[in-house]
Design a protein around this ligand. Structure first.
Ligand SMILES: NC(=O)c1ccc[n+]([C@@H]2O[C@H](COP(=O)([O-])OP(=O)(O)OC[C@H]3O[C@@H](n4cnc5c(N)ncnc54)[C@H](OP(=O)(O)O)[C@@H]3O)[C@@H](O)[C@H]2O)c1
Length: 334
């Protein structure tokens, strides 16, 4: 057990706070909803207070049972948890409905943060193959994104949501939408790990006072098949990381988390076996400046979630999702 009061927090741009590390809840098509819910139950009891959920993870109803049990047993109060969830791509026109279902499933009365999971309304089915495409998929639209965001702003006004998050955005897309939003996003969830540091995006978010939340902070060794390509690098096997872990007498996962925290991003590692050790990473000795500098050299452009299944008819390949030339690819209304 790690006393939650000893776990540092990040400050949000509206003055609120958020624990500096959270538990991911995506089972990656490999870990069942019951197993994820059991990890959440255990996570609460070892001191986690932040949980990163999503409607499309297909397990919010099971996790909700464990939240309710923890409230009923007096393990934790609702207001001591920071619960995040995400609107899936097929619900961009029905955000209130999606949010109310998530709140009912999670049995949590309100959400501390609700994210737009992807900036496209492009739906893919759970367990789908990497080559599957939805013929109705569309490229990014500023007006459609802002419309979805405004629906979350209305939920903030109603008290159902405390903060708004965005996810999987690029700098060009952020530039296109930020000045059109009434309530500033509190956080942006992006893929961030030692071999995929996204330094430009990270710096941009910090400069705009939007908290960077890093998903796949360990390089997601058991990610879904559709997100595995032969050229992908296993972050935790990088010799430099292994050597630093040896010096600290811990697993490379712990070094990835310490690096994330000291860099200033909030990691949300998923684990059903090692979650207590991961939380402890936030309260034990820090990496040296030299170790931080070494990890900074590990950037390899190792994007693991390419997003192929979100491509629209006419898109070249997955690079089109990430605006790599600094302009939004195929924007319908930019
Ligand atoms: N916004 C988005 O679009 C988006 C996309 C992807 C993910 N996410 C979020 O980010 C979370 C994390 O990403 P992820 O689950 O893909 O990857 P991850 O957290 O980088 O990696 C999780 C894997 O690492 C292993 N692991 C965890 N701690 C370990 C330790 N201390 N030692 C050894 N192995 C360890 C876990 O195995 P064990 O279970 O055996 O410990 C699990 O297989 C997700 O659960 C989800 O909440 C968001």
């Amino acid at each position: 057990m790690i006393d939650p009061k000893t776990v540092p927090s990040f400050k949000l741009n509206d003055g609120g706070t958020i624990p500096c590390i959270g538990m991911g809840t995506f089972g990656s098509d490999r870990v069942t909803p019951d197993e994820v819910a059991a990890a959440v139950a255990g996570g609460i009891r070892v001191g986690y207070r932040l949980f990163d959920c999503a409607a499309c993870y297909g397990n919010e109803d099971k996790i909700g049972v464990e939240f309710k049990r923890a409230f009923d047993e007096g393990v934790v109060k609702r207001e001591e948890l920071f619960i995040m969830s995400k609107v899936w791509n097929d619900m961009h026109r029905h955000v209130a409905e999606s949010c109310k279902k998530t709140i009912a499933d999670l049995q949590c009365d309100y959400l501390d943060m609700l994210f737009i999971h992807w900036p496209f309304p492009n739906y893919h089915a759970p367990f789908c193959d990497v080559d599957s495409r939805n013929p109705d998929s569309k490229p990014f639209s500023v007006a459609e994104f802002v419309d979805t965001y405004r629906q979350i702003e209305a939920l903030v006004d109603q008290g159902l949501v405390r903060h708004i998050g965005i996810s999987n955005l690029t700098i060009p897309k952020l530039n296109a939408v930020l000045d059109k939003l009434r309530i500033k996003p509190a956080a942006c969830e992006s893929e961030l790990h030692p071999c995929f540091q996204q330094q430009d995006l990270f710096d941009y978010l910090v400069e705009k006072d939007i908290l960077p939340i890093g998903y796949m902070p360990l390089g997601s060794p058991r990610r879904p098949e559709r997100d595995i390509l032969p050229e992908d690098i296993a972050d935790m096997q990088m010799p430099e990381l292994v050597a630093i872990a040896k010096a600290h007498n811990c697993h490379p996962a712990i070094i990835c988390l310490k690096w994330a925290l000291q860099r200033g991003q909030l990691p949300i590692p998923f684990s059903v076996h090692n979650y207590e050790a991961n939380l402890r990473a936030a309260v034990t000795e820090k990496l040296t400046d030299e170790e931080m500098a070494t990890i900074a050299t590990l950037e390899r452009g190792n994007r693991l979630v390419k997003g192929q299944v979100f491509l629209w008819p006419g898109a070249k390949d997955w690079h089109d999702l990430w605006d790599e030339d600094g302009v939004i690819v195929s924007c319908t209304d930019c």
